[in-house]
Design a protein around this ligand. Structure first.
Ligand code: ATP
Length: 779
């Protein structure tokens, strides 16, 4: 923008020069104007110089004021969304709407906004009159359910530490309160949480209480709107954490709670010592977690188990299996004596005996299952010895398998207590708390599954907002038939729909005993290299393939893919657990016994995702996008690049894209007249009324006949180019006006000086030199 059009007091958008993909334009107020640059004050009150070339445009009035619902941003751009969130976050307003989506920024401090009194306010008052809040989402879903009897769902997503679990708990708290019964089943549903957190959450570097699984809690209501039951679905528990943890991270909370809380005699019976004695707990080199009192957590878990009808025997068996896992982790192997092949044996026979006793299996069978592998080929069975390394893998698979099945058992057991729904009730509200899109330095099979889930949810989201946008146009009486929008179906086709899709190829190779990650990858390249969403590997050195996801390109490192997908427990280990005298161990592997062919992890996941998507599609959706404002877990720090990345990964920018495909710029009639009335002759101020016809007259006078703009019931709808034309004209008129004011000022001053000089009878030639002065102009 040319400098003469920049004025003191104006709010502008300015480009950043870093070139970083997440460094988007900043907003600021002009506090000084120079010939080739301006000084602006940004949202953190920091002042900086911006060259005139960096200045993009003036800020829309809605951005200057800030809005509670970003749909009302007259200029719905990524940078406008970010600034609005930043501005509000500084005022401790952590919630902002974008239509039916709620953006929630983690405050990392306890704000006084979750009281029972506030719950009552959101229940009893129109939520539109109250500040955006997670309770409002709870209330809208609950009111919708009561009024329409249509099932509702709330999709909560965001990256680790962004606040998904806290948001889920707040929604449940709200729904329990709105339901107003304080019934036993409500108590049971709330008590499921400490159990799920103990078994499915762990300390990670990003979050001290990170959920390592996804969950969908479907809450059923009866005809009177009271909670009648619930059902929990779990997805993709991170099993690798059982056997190894990154530095600074821990295993699942339950292990530490158990060691801190079990009575002494019980610990003795299970041969348990303190946490630092177990390899599986030492991997991350940290045994404690700030703010957690393990012993009191243990009492809470015990209490919750009781509320959820776990029997004493089941609880005792659970401690027994968890202890066995810890002991299994301490098994070391040494090379065996055979001269023909590499063999291995358990180094500490005392440990072997201890574990066999706890698991109720024969100690010789345990040794064989861990150190040998039966291979089935052409109807024959061959028993192969395992080297020390392979025996260690087998040991880890054993521990992961037991924990994974135990987790499923616990969720099933909770469900059997809380899902006793009688007859057809009013309907349900489902709350989905699921990991957001992930793109790390190293992305493996888990990231592929997570990102596939996010692609599916993204499509669901896009369809919803597109529908909402269309409904908005209809409500405003705008013709929207020419708006088209491309969704992410082609990525879904590549991943899971088209013949020989990515998951189908992984599955196919997983079924071949000799299938390798490499053969899978070369088939993948052959099949998909011409697909627009398939990315060429970064280099020939890394065995990887890339997918252009809605949120950005991700390269997946394929080593280990097939092993993870097979998710297998060797037949020898399976036979071992099925021979156990421990009821729980046998019980949790029951399904394995009946299954002819174990389903791969990806096919299990795809089946549950398909069921989830079907359930969501039958619901009226709400979306909560949680944003982590900084990596330090500290309040009042807003890292712009971090937030921008999350906004993009959240798929929220699709709202902006859909808006761009139609009429992206909107003004209420009053706003429009206030801003542009000087552009045409004889337009009265907005306070005089008749704003719609004033707006029509302005557009007629300024914009070309062919221009595509529309007048809705409450707003003017514009394309970018027309808005720019209006702004340009406004700027030049204000510029002229200011110059005129300066001329007038100059004239008055000279006149006044001459008179003064005359009066003093001093005949001196006065020459006054005026430098151009910039001054703020009226709107
Ligand atoms: N509304 C909130 N008010 C105060 N603190 C919050 C809020 N939301 C989140 N936090 C803080 O942030 C931490 C992380 O939140 P949470 O566990 O909900 O993240 P998450 O998105 O579920 O992460 P993960 O995917 O790792 O499970 C919480 O333990 C809490 O300290």
């Amino acid at each position: 923008m040319a400098n003469q059009k920049l004025m003191l007091g104006d709010y502008i958008w300015a480009k950043q020069l870093s070139g970083d993909e997440f460094d988007i334009p900043i907003g600021g107020k002009i506090v000084a104007v120079e010939s080739s640059r301006v000084k602006i004050q940004d949202d953190d009150q920091k002042e900086m110089y911006i060259s005139n070339q960096q200045v993009l445009k003036n800020m829309h009035v809605s951005s200057i004021k800030g809005v509670e619902d970003m749909i009302n941003l007259g200029d719905l751009q990524e940078y406008a969304i970010l600034r609005n969130l930043h501005k509000r976050y500084k005022e401790k307003l952590i919630y902002t709407y974008t239509g039916s989506m709620l953006i929630a920024i983690n405050p990392y401090e306890l704000l006084p906004i979750y009281t029972n009194a506030l719950i009552k306010e959101y229940r009893n008052q129109n939520t539109e009159d109250l500040l955006p809040h997670i309770f409002a989402i709870g209330d809208n879903s609950y009111s919708n359910l009561k009024n329409s009897a249509k099932d509702q769902c709330i999709v909560i997503s965001g990256e680790s530490g962004a606040g998904k679990t806290e948001s889920t708990k707040l929604i449940l708290q709200y729904l329990a309160s709105a339901s107003g019964q304080h019934s036993w089943v409500e108590q049971q549903i709330l008590e499921a949480n400490p159990i799920l957190e103990a078994f499915g959450n762990a300390k990670t570097v990003r979050n001290d209480n990170s959920s390592r699984f996804g969950k969908y809690i479907d809450i059923k209501f009866n005809k009177n709107g009271n909670i009648e039951g619930a059902k929990i679905e779990q997805y993709l528990l991170e099993k690798s954490r059982i056997v190894s943890q990154n530095e600074g991270e821990r295993n699942y909370h339950i292990f530490y709670s158990m060691l801190a809380g079990l009575p002494k005699e019980k610990k003795k019976q299970l041969d348990l010592l303190d946490a630092n004695n177990y390899e599986y707990l030492r991997g991350g080199k940290v045994l404690t977690c700030d703010g957690r009192n393990e012993a009191s957590e243990f009492s809470d878990i015990m209490a919750a188990f009781k509320v959820l009808n776990f029997t004493e025997k089941e609880m005792s068996d659970i401690w027994c299996l968890l202890s066995s896992i810890l002991h299994v982790g301490n098994i070391r192997f040494r090379s065996g004596a055979s001269s023909h092949s590499e063999t291995s044996e358990i180094a500490d026979q005392g440990l072997n005996e201890k574990i066999s006793k706890l698991l109720g299996v024969n100690k010789f069978d345990l040794t064989v299952a861990l150190t040998k592998r039966t291979i089935y080929a052409s109807g024959d069975q061959v028993v192969a010895n395992l080297s020390k390394e392979f025996a260690s893998d087998s040991r880890n698979a054993f521990a992961k398998g037991i924990y994974g099945q135990l987790f499923i058992f616990i969720v099933d057991k909770i469900n059997s207590a809380i899902s006793q729904v009688k007859g057809r009730g009013r309907g349900s509200i489902g709350v989905l708390d699921i990991f957001g899109f992930e793109n790390f330095n190293l992305n493996s099979f888990e990231q592929l599954c997570i990102n596939y889930a996010n692609e599916s949810l993204q499509q669901f989201f896009v369809q919803h907002i597109f529908k909402m946008e269309q409904e908005y146009y209809t409500k405003e009486g705008i013709n929207w038939s020419n708006i088209s929008f491309i969704d992410n179906q082609q990525v879904l086709n590549l991943l899971a729909v088209k013949p020989l899709n990515v998951f189908a190829l992984i599955d196919e190779e997983s079924k071949f005993p000799n299938g390798t990650d490499f053969s899978m990858l070369s088939k993948m390249h052959k099949q998909h290299s011409s697909h627009e969403s398939y990315l060429k590997p970064k280099s020939d050195m890394t065995p990887s393939f890339g997918i252009q996801h809605f949120a950005g390109g991700v390269f997946y490192d394929t080593p280990g893919f097939l092993e993870k997908n097979r998710d297998s427990f060797s037949q020898d280990l399976k036979n071992l657990v099925l021979s156990s005298r421990n009821d729980l161990l046998k019980d949790i592997f029951k399904s394995e016994q009946n299954a002819k062919m174990k389903k791969t992890l990806s096919s299990q996941f795809r089946t549950s995702l398909e069921m989830l998507m079907n359930a969501l599609n039958a619901c009226h959706p709400f979306f909560v996008r949680c944003i982590k404002p900084n990596e330090f877990k500290k309040p009042q720090i807003f890292d712009r690049a971090l937030c921008t990345r999350q906004l993009r990964y959240s798929g929220m920018m699709e709202t902006a894209k859909i808006r761009q495909a139609g009429y992206p710029i909107r003004y209420s009639y009053i706003e429009f007249v206030d801003r542009f009335r000087y552009l045409a002759k004889g337009i009265p101020p907005s306070t005089k009324g008749g704003c719609r016809s004033s707006a029509e007259n302005i557009c007629k006078a300024v914009l070309e006949k062919r221009s595509d703009y529309q007048f809705g019931n409450t707003k003017v709808f514009l394309k970018h180019q027309d808005n720019e034309k209006l702004e340009e004209l406004r700027r030049s008129i204000l510029d002229r006006y200011c110059r005129y004011k300066l001329d007038l000022y100059e004239f008055i001053l000279i006149f006044w000086v001459s008179i003064h000089v005359e009066i003093s009878s001093l005949y001196i030639n006065v020459r006054i030199f005026f430098k151009p002065i910039h001054t703020g102009c009226p709107n």
